[in-house]
Design a protein around this ligand. Structure first.
Ligand code: NAD
Length: 487
């Protein structure tokens, strides 16, 4: 009892109030494996309360002008920015990511999400066409959809949830959002800023808990006409099944098995450090991380040697260490899953060139029970291996050789996913040609993860349905209507 009193205890945020829950889940510090926080284990009852609050808030919020909503979003962005240090510390502790990444990527991007949609909501226009021979004018109007259900994963907790909350409320919807039960702390911290920012009660409701319990209650609720989900493909399948009877509007941002295509004319000075980063940033727990590296045969040996050397320099350390490149994985179960792929690769005869089972981790005694592993490079592996087909979502990457442009395009496209790809070549014609033929929603050439929020983000094939970005998110979070006037 004394121990549980010392734990950080989160509460749901419904109708502008923090509300306790009947039961709680344990949340672990990935860097030690210790329980440090209790997260509400919500269910149908909490979803009913959130729907009621969101329904009541909708008429007032949706009838405000875009300028008024924009001001509220700007204020929230400012308040988040003022709490950057505190939020970054919390995100790093809760997720296991390095403090450096939380400070330079997660929290600044959460701030930017609100600023970005606060600005873009002011600049949309609608369409108008004329049919003079019939004396008609046609035009479109857009309106918010209603109550938006938002569900996000654990890898970029505040970053990905605010990427949904911001466009949803900017467009005049009210929301019920559920972060991952593994990483709920920063969302709860944001709730403390909502009133001060001027977000009216009931516009943003946050319910915490597990997917099967509270996530499904949200997805199944008949008064929530729209679900924006980021997470894994099996969960998306379940969400599609539950939404089908209600014909809900769905946005699904799912996993990837992203290839890097490295041609013999690539600038290896830039390509190698960037590909180490694209493979292992955030412990390889970014949907856009590279996990299949195809290298043209003439430079294969040189690339492999330099890539393994650079990977060994990618420092695994406690998340609070500002010099660490990589922290702890999210959970014990996930660490075991990632390790099981390396074991299978070994059994198939692949070579593990560095990392898991080859090199030693060096951690302080307190962190030896944490969920750490070294960045791992696999080679001599077949394209048919599960390590080359399935999303591992950890610090593991496979390197294989190729001969020709045609061959590597076929092989890169041979998985069920189609989220992101990188192409490395100094031949401009090839860069355009290959980028066009790759089955991926995003292709970076001679770089990685440079994001332009105006343009569509999302995947094809099993990597998702729909896109997010200025135009796409606005279209998703509004309904369009065509009106014809005969004069
Ligand atoms: P997950 O699918 O297990 O969980 C995602 C969210 O869905 C969590 O909040 C979870 O509680 C909830 N959920 C689980 N089961 C549910 C159900 N039956 N009904 C409703 N909600 C449910 O995914 P994860 O393990 O948290 O995240 C990792 C996955 O997310 C990876 O596949 C990764 O590629 C993907 N991802 C994709 C993007 C993208 O933008 N495409 C970004 C980040 C992560």
């Amino acid at each position: 009892m004394a121990a549980s009193r010392a734990l950080l205890t989160l509460e749901n945020f419904i109708g502008g109030k923090f509300l306790p829950c009947n039961s709680y889940l344990n949340s672990y510090d990935p860097s030690t494996g210790e329980v440090y926080c209790r997260v509400p284990d919500s269910g149908k009852e909490e979803i009913e309360a959130a729907v009621e609050a969101a329904r009541a808030a909708f008429p007032g919020w949706s009838s405000r002008s875009p300028q008024e909503r924009s001001q509220v979003l700007h204020r929230l962005a400012d308040l988040l920015e003022q709490s950057l240090e505190e939020l970054a510390q919390a995100e790093s502790k809760d997720q296991g990511k390095t403090i450096t990444l939380a400070k330079t990527m997660d929290i600044p991007r959460s701030v930017q999400n609100f600023r970005f949609f606060a600005s873009s909501i002011l600049h949309h226009t609608s369409e108008c066409t004329q049919m003079d021979h019939l004396g008609c004018l046609h035009y479109t109007v857009r309106a918010p959809v209603g109550i938006a259900g938002l569900i996000s994963p654990w890898n970029l907790p505040l970053y990905l949830l605010t990427w949904k909350i911001a466009p949803a409320i900017a467009a005049g919807n009210t929301v019920i959002a559920k972060p991952s039960e593994l990483t709920s702390v920063t969302t709860w911290m944001m709730c403390r800023l909502l009133e001060k920012a001027g977000v009216p009660a009931g516009v943003v409701n946050i319910v915490f808990g597990t997917g099967p319990q509270v996530g499904e209650a949200l997805v199944s609720h008949p008064e929530v006409p729209l679900i924006s989900f980021t997470g894994s493909q099996p969960t998306a399948e379940r969400i599609m099944q539950l939404s089908a009877p209600h014909c809900k509007k769905l946005s699904l941002e799912l996993g990837g098995k992203n290839p890097a295509l490295i041609f013999e004319d690539a600038n290896l000075e830039e390509c190698i450090p960037t590909t180490v980063r694209s493979s292992f940033a955030n412990q390889g727990e970014i949907c856009l991380c590279t996990s299949r590296i195809f290298v043209q045969k003439s430079i294969y040996n040189e690339f492999l040697k330099r890539f393994v050397e650079a990977t060994r320099m990618w420092k695994v350390g406690v998340p609070s260490d500002p010099s660490a490149n990589m922290g702890a994985l999210i959970s014990k179960a996930h660490l075991e899953k990632v390790r099981s792929y390396i074991k299978r690769a070994r059994m198939e005869g692949a070579q593990i060139l560095c990392g898991e089972g080859v090199d030693n981790l060096n951690l302080p005694p307190r962190n030896q029970t944490g969920y750490f592993m070294l960045p791992t490079v696999i080679t001599d592996i077949k394209d048919e291996s599960c390590c080359m087909k399935e999303e591992i979502f950890g610090p593991v990457t496979c390197v294989v050789p190729f001969d020709s442009e045609e061959e590597v395009i076929q092989r890169a496209n041979s998985v069920k996913y189609g989220l992101a790809a990188t192409v490395w070549s100094s031949n401009v014609g090839r860069v355009h040609r290959v980028a066009k033929r790759l089955q991926a929603g995003l292709v970076w050439t001679n770089c990685w993860l440079i994001r332009e929020l105006n343009l569509p983000f999302g995947g094809m094939k099993s990597s998702g349905v729909g896109r997010e970005g200025v135009k796409d998110s606005y279209e998703f979070f509004t309904e369009i209507k065509t009106i014809t006037v005969k004069h």
